[in-house]
Design a protein around this ligand. Sequence first.
Ligand code: HH2
Length: 286
Amino acid sequence: MERGLKFGAGIRVGSRTLGPGPVVMGILNVTPDSFSDGGEFFERESAVERALRMLEEGAQIVDVGGESTRPGSDPVPPEEERRRVLPVVRGIAARSPEAVVSIDTYRSETAAAALEAGARIVNDVTALRGDGRMAALVAEAGCPVVLMHMRGEPKTMQLDPRYEDVVREVRDFLARRAEAAVSAGVDPEKIIVDPGIGFGKKLEHNLRLLDELESICALGFPVLVGTSRKSFLGLITGAGVKDRVFGTVATSVMAYERGATIFRVHDVRANREALKVAAAIRGEDV
Ligand code: HH2
């Protein structure tokens, strides 16, 4: 299969190009229960304000989600998910028409409505397995799509995840999901892959995936990493969830060094500045 090795020139989103330097994706959870910012941006106005602030701080994408996928979480009804995210996507599009919004959902109906409301990227933590109509939707929309690795489902994924070789298994899974997407008509140049840090993985698995990220990058697709404030950082440093920005920045810089392109983070300014410095050292544009 021909790989989408075009991100050296950036990732095309409509008429815009993101990259080729590191791209920061700011997290906006419009949920009452997300593990680090649950409840904070549940009101439409504060969510839109938060998005605008992240854009000012240097986020090139704002990722809007209406359902927590933290370990142990339950799904929310689809109508409730749409009720949470759509006004926020519309509000961002109205206040900042140039903003690139991604919709963090595995449901095709939510994704379709969000694209209609102004979102331009679909971030699917099930890698198009969660809803049989998602692949066709993304193919038809011609938008970039994030395919993420997850072992099991949020409710039970952290109970006792086991791998023989986590890097090989995650890489092979992502290759298979990319093939499936292309078979369904998705343009390979629109595919972004993500090892799914913390999704059905123990500390040792997360660390190996980050250390050997080149192996995932070798698939030839832009790689997104989402480490922000996650519990494995707390296991290493002892820091509480709001206090994991330093650990997060370390992962962003090391993942960038190993070839990652998109960094999904809560703390935009800290990660953006660190990545700018890292890019300058490597002589790359940001
Ligand atoms: N992590 C979370 C949610 N969506 N999407 C991608 N592509 N990669 C990730 O690593 C990822 C993701 C979980 O983090 P968060 O949104 O902060 O929390 P919650 O799921 O509790 O809302």
